[in-house]
Ligand binder design. Structure first.
Ligand SMILES: [Zn+2]
Length: 372
């Protein structure tokens, strides 16, 4: 493979590394990487892979750039707010390195398309921010026999590992067999995530991808690297393959991709704004105001007169709820409560409504009114 003059200049610091050289750079140029998610983790990963000269980069993301993303999603810019993230990322990558090809997949990854999309790439990067996608990516990469560089971040903590079927490493399901109940674990949208944290974890993911392509060093297979930003400490955990793993164990039951969709979504029209909630509460509400957050969140502040049933305990509590009663359900930002309302409606509780925006929206509108 030959390189143009501009490529020779661009990659000159790689050429002089004995572990890379022209041969390694040619491997990078021939390689293709699919990055699932162009968010916090995808941003630095994509930028470094493009800069290093990975020849073909795929970006799959169905979302649009939002102002709240920019505190950490450095591949996007203020001027590209509202653009598709896949398009915004492509613009940044091509601006950084016009010598490479960037392919956009501006839709959701689902069981139906995961294998087809992964088939076109050598290495998969997981930069997704939710459990259904993380499991789908894990299963898809395993079934498609592609190495997966998976990362995750939460508040001030990050972790990453490489799952590679060919090297016999454990898979993500060996650690966590099934996704937690939707909404049971707060997302970054709800719990927050520190800027620069995805830079650390995504940067490490990019490095693992480059090592896999170049076949140099010791890949992070069979190990989980954990980063605690507040104490500035890394810890390494040895991962063990679970012989009873449903995907990679001795008797696998997962032989094709499955969706772990959050099936419990509230019916359209069952949302209520905080203004609507206030009117109902002040006119004498005789139904149940339900808080589905965690006990410690409830303890720090809640709406007067509400009942606490954390989302993780709601399913067990469903049979004891009066199906003829009216329920107004809230959480911190309205995600867990939307899931709760969907669950209640499926259980035959038709008069359950979700409070849009949750207690954060209430605070924005009404400060500490009716809070205790
Ligand atoms: Zn496994």
């Amino acid at each position: 493979m030959s390189f143009s003059e501009s490529e020779r200049s661009r990659y000159s610091r790689h050429f002089i590394l004995p572990q890379v050289g022209e041969e390694g750079q040619a491997q990078l140029k021939k390689a293709s990487v699919l990055c699932v998610g162009a968010g916090g983790l995808g941003s630095p990963t994509l930028l470094y892979l493009a800069a290093a000269g990975v020849g073909r980069i795929g970006v799959i993301d169905a979302d649009r750039v939002d102002l709240t993303n920019l505190q950490r999603q450095i591949v996007h810019t203020t001027s590209r707010v509202n653009e598709l993230k896949a398009d915004s990322a492509k613009a940044a990558l091509q601006d950084l390195n016009p010598e490479i090809e960037v392919i956009t997949h501006p839709f959701r990854l689902v069981a139906e398309n995961v294998l087809k999309i992964m088939a076109d790439y050598d290495v998969i990067v997981d930069g997704s921010d939710n459990f259904p996608t993380r499991f789908l990516v894990n299963d898809g990469a395993y079934l498609a026999k592609k190495p997966l560089v998976a990362g995750a971040i939460f508040q001030f903590d990050g972790q990453l590992s490489v799952f590679d079927r060919e090297s016999g490493s454990p898979c993500y399901r060996c650690l966590l067999p099934e996704p937690p109940a939707a909404g049971a674990v707060p997302s970054c949208d709800e719990a927050g995530v520190m800027g620069a944290l995805p830079g650390v974890v995504g940067g490490l993911q990019a490095m693992e991808v480059l090592k896999l392509i170049l076949k140099i060093g010791e890949p992070l297979t069979g190990r989980m690297l954990h980063y605690d930003a507040l104490s500035a400490r890394f810890r390494e955990l040895a991962l063990r393959k679970d012989p009873s793993c449903k995907l990679c164990g001795d008797q696998p039951t997962i032989t094709e991709p499955v969706d772990h969709q959050q099936t419990c979504v509230a019916e359209p029209g069952s949302d209520l704004t905080v203004q609507g909630l206030r009117k109902i509460l002040e006119s004498g509400f005789n139904g149940v105001l339900l808080d589905v957050r965690q006990p410690e969140e409830h303890a720090s502040a809640h709406l007067s007169g509400c009942t606490l049933v954390p989302l993780g305990e709601l399913e067990a509590a469903l049979p004891s709820l009066d199906p003829n009663q009216e329920y107004l359900v809230y959480c911190k930002v309205g995600q867990r409560s939307a899931y709760a309302v969907g669950m209640m409606q499926q259980a035959g509780i038709s008069k359950a409504r979700n409070i849009e925006g949750g207690i954060l929206a209430w605070r924005r509108e009404f400060g500490t009114d009716l809070l205790e």
